[in-house]
Design a protein around this ligand. Sequence first.
Ligand SMILES: [Cu+2]
Length: 113
Amino acid sequence: MNRAPVLPLLALATALAAAAPALADDAATVQITLKDHKFDPAESTVPAGKPIVIQLANQDATPAEFESKELRVEKVVAGGGAITVKVRALKPGRYRFFDDYHEATTEGFLVAQ
Ligand SMILES: [Cu+2]
């Protein structure tokens, strides 16, 4: 009796391992640069319904905090550094993000369609 659950768990683990690379391949990657406290591009189009991977390169000497309430992300990037931020699959729409250290001036958008 004790060993009965093992096989289904193994099958599940195998299925998950097989699915993981497919999910990673399925994500859409977006590259954004931060320079002079501006995001470039300020607006990126991404496919709706797919996970998004944002690669942000900070070319400023000062740190920034990449944040979006709508995307539910918040991550610090060092001056001269780079970060990768994963975002869940999005419904079509326009999603705002900003540098939380310079929110009034430094913002950008992801447009999912
Ligand atoms: Cu913040």
